[in-house]
Design a binder for this molecule. Structure first.
Ligand code: FNR
Length: 395
């Protein structure tokens, strides 16, 4: 971590490509007292991360499946959504607070569940969870975390647990019990990974986890497989193939709904018919997600299908969106298309890589500031007003 700078000119402590640098702390700038000054955009965190990460880790984080068609489509679809701002609404400083399953939060954003965060920085899951707590947003802890769920919830703050369905139903039940005992306040079951998508970058890199990064919530869960590097093969894919259950069904979701009193979210919904089935099963929210373009290549962009899903479920449950969200304007776009909130994925890993917990705090502070500006520019007093905005979707 950089020492606090004493002048207005940010000191430089780490070289990065193309003229970007990791600036030292600016104790004179509100919100940066944790010692990290955000670059101007979340995308710039990506450049900082690329400079410090081993290439195969960068690829693991940023890659998609197949030809990465869906990965690219996510961004293109968000870019095509134009939001019609309202004027003369008398809004001065909008509030960003929003209701998501399980409570009211500082903004309609949660940190997406992402595996193996110690790959990025020693702060890992605890660092990102602490950053989410500071920002007042939920942190979603992955089944494939490299830190046990109990240590993550000890960081305080609202933590949701993301469940992958494992072949061993006893292990699923154990995980649920552990998550609840640890104080998780919602459960998010991911349903778009019957097998891992074909991540060609990982296969080409023969990607395997380094010894210090392991699936800490799954002791005894064939963790050895994720560490066995083989040329042309992703060890992470081999590991998930061995432990994930491919044949999850609606009956399993109903079992889960029965078993947990926690708010339940289903992540990985794209077809409105599935959204309706999920709502009828009693979930509190569906997350319109294609896993950031990492699962079915050729699946649609999430912004493209979101309006149909919102229309299909009506008031029966909330609808969140992820995959490609990179700014406060993107959050506004999702709200205007009818979402209650978003999950942010890769940008949080970039920020973690660039500056550990302080980097992640800076990224979430930046996103909050961007959202406030976007709401102001659109004439909205709060996220609920943004859901009344009209959109035009270009070609
Ligand atoms: C993920 N994602 C994911 N999802 C999940 O339910 N459980 C998990 O363990 C993971 N792991 C994971 C690792 C990495 C490195 C990435 C990039 C993504 C998917 C994640 O929750 C989310 O759906 C996408 O990342 C959203 O897209 P963006 O914001 O990254 O474009």
């Amino acid at each position: 971590m950089a020492e606090p700078a004493t002048t207005d000119a940010p000191a430089v402590d780490t070289a990065a490509p193309d003229g970007w640098t990791v600036p030292a702390a600016r104790p004179d700038v509100p919100g940066t007292d944790a010692g990290f000054v955000a670059p101007p955009s979340l995308a710039d965190f990506g450049e900082l991360a690329r400079a410090v990460l081993p290439p195969e880790v960068w690829d693991f984080v940023n890659g998609g499946s197949g030809t990465e068609t869906t990965l690219a489509a996510n961004r293109a679809a968000l870019d095509r959504v134009a939001v019609l701002p309202r004027v003369l609404t008398g809004v001065d400083t909008p509030g960003t607070e929003a209701t998501l399953p399980g409570g009211s939060f500082a903004m309609p954003v949660a940190v997406a569940p992402m595996a193996y965060q110690k790959l990025l920085h020693p702060d890992g899951e605890v660092g990102l969870a602490a950053a989410a707590r500071a920002a007042g947003v939920p942190y979603v802890a992955s089944t494939l975390g490299s830190t046990p769920i109990e240590e993550v919830t000890a960081a305080g703050g609202p933590v949701w647990f993301q469940l992958y369905w494992l072949r061993d139903r006893g292990m699923v039940a154990d995980l649920l019990d552990r998550a609840q005992a640890a104080g998780c306040t919602a459960l998010m079951v991911t349903v778009d990974v019957p097998v891992l998508g074909r991540r060609l970058r990982d296969a080409r890199n023969g990607f395997a986890l380094p010894p210090h990064v392991t699936a800490a919530n799954l002791p005894g869960g064939r963790n050895d497989l994720a560490h066995q590097g083989t040329p042309g093969v992703s060890a992470v894919a081999v590991h998930t193939g061995a432990v994930f259950a491919p044949a999850l069904s609606w009956a399993d979701l109903a079992w889960l709904r029965e078993r947990t009193p926690l708010p339940l979210l289903v992540k990985g919904i794209l077809d409105p018919r599935d959204a309706v089935l999920a709502a009828e099963t009693g979930v509190d929210a569906v997350v319109v997600s294609n896993h950031g373009g990492r699962q079915l290549d050729g699946a649609p962009a999430t912004a493209t299908v979101l309006p149909e899903v919102v229309a299909a479920v009506g008031e029966r449950c909330a609808v969140l969106l992820d995959s490609g969200v990179r700014s406060g304007s993107d959050v506004l776009r999702a709200l205007a298309l009818g979402a209650s909130g978003v999950l942010v994925g890769r940008p949080m890993l970039w920020a973690l890589a660039a500056g550990g917990r302080a980097g992640a705090e800076a990224a979430l502070a930046l996103l909050a500031a961007e959202l406030r500006d976007a709401l102001t520019l659109a004439g909205c007093a709060d996220p609920a007003a943004a859901r009344q905005l009209r959109t035009l979707v270009g070609d």
